[in-house]
Write a protein that binds this ligand. Sequence first.
Ligand SMILES: [Zn+2]
Length: 427
Amino acid sequence: MSGTEVTRMKQKAAPVPLGTLISRELRSDNVEKPTVKYGQAGLAKKGEDYFLVKPDCQRITGNTSTSFSVFAILDGHNGISAAIFTKENLLNNVLSAIPQGLDREEWLQALPRALVAGFVKTDIEFQQKGETSGTTVTFVVIDGWTITVASVGDSRCILDTQEGVVSLLTVDHRLEENEEERQRVTASGGEVGRLNIFGGNEVGPLRCWPGGLCLSRSIGDTDVGEFIVPIPHVKQVKLSNAGGRLIIASDGIWDALSSDLAAQSCRGLPADLAAKMVVKEALRSRGLKDDTTCLVVDIIPYDHPVLPPTPRKRQNLLSSFIFGRRSQNSRSKKLSTVGIVEELFEEGSAMLAERLGKDFPLNSSSGLFRCAICQVDQPASEGLSVNSGPFFSPASKPWEGPFLCANCRRKKDAMEGKRPSRAALTA
Ligand SMILES: [Zn+2]
């Protein structure tokens, strides 16, 4: 790292006086912050769905003008411990990856990277427990009109705006439906195929082997190859001040209802009734085949009690959203406008180097580097020790991402298929 970069990092990390932060907040558009109303409904078949509702988080503790909300759906498989562990730890792991002293705009810009770090950290910590379950996660942060969604697995989040435009804020990490993910898993040492029974007949959806999981990304799944990664797809959008409605739900809903049908089924209803209606519609068309959990979150102009009904004439622009493609530059701000929802950020790459940037935050007082994933401070030599090849050598160029501690670097290499996965080692 160059000297100027170190200086910049130090300046960014310097604490900003509380008074300055508050006056910054007052100058921003917080006066017109929207109201967030939510409802939840669900029916259990296996009892592996969990959800998280945290409507009253604060960026600066004690300062109500810095409030934001968090909502998440977690759909566990092969047990419930990964879903419970993630529900209890993911939010803290994400927040601890955001540098101190940022203003609101900087905080929102730092969030996509912190979500990646928090998801991976949670996965590493869960796997260290030696339990074998896994979970999808769809994790939504709402700050004012800005919505940030991070997801692994197939629990979707859709956005229904006042203009009647329904859009998907997640991608489905299902091997059956995601060609790019199949290629990644295969390139990282996994095999993709269907279950073979009845004398060689192939049945069911595409799965990865070893493990037999239908998903290509999840948290947990210690007994499945490390190519099933916890690195989330992240999308950040800004609503117009007309507001909008989020429907976050497990695949029990989405296997029964399209995004459009789910949105249409509950328009005009307040959030709590809307969540019940979506679940009812899903059960009506398919019956209770799977855990079915739904969160409806309305982001409403503060002087409106409910989201006003959508105009009759609808224009479905879902197909004009292009998903699943890697953007060329993860830090670039795309500003494509669909309807009047402003797209601020989208990145889905499974490569950590493309997701974490290149910062090397040196703690000047201790002379230690901070791991970009678990936030542990280590001397550079520790992070190097597991790696063949010198870390800073201009000749070998071994790793273009930020500093990672030895543990997180091991995880990175395993996810990219550069080491035998745990499952292969124990087989
Ligand atoms: Zn680490």
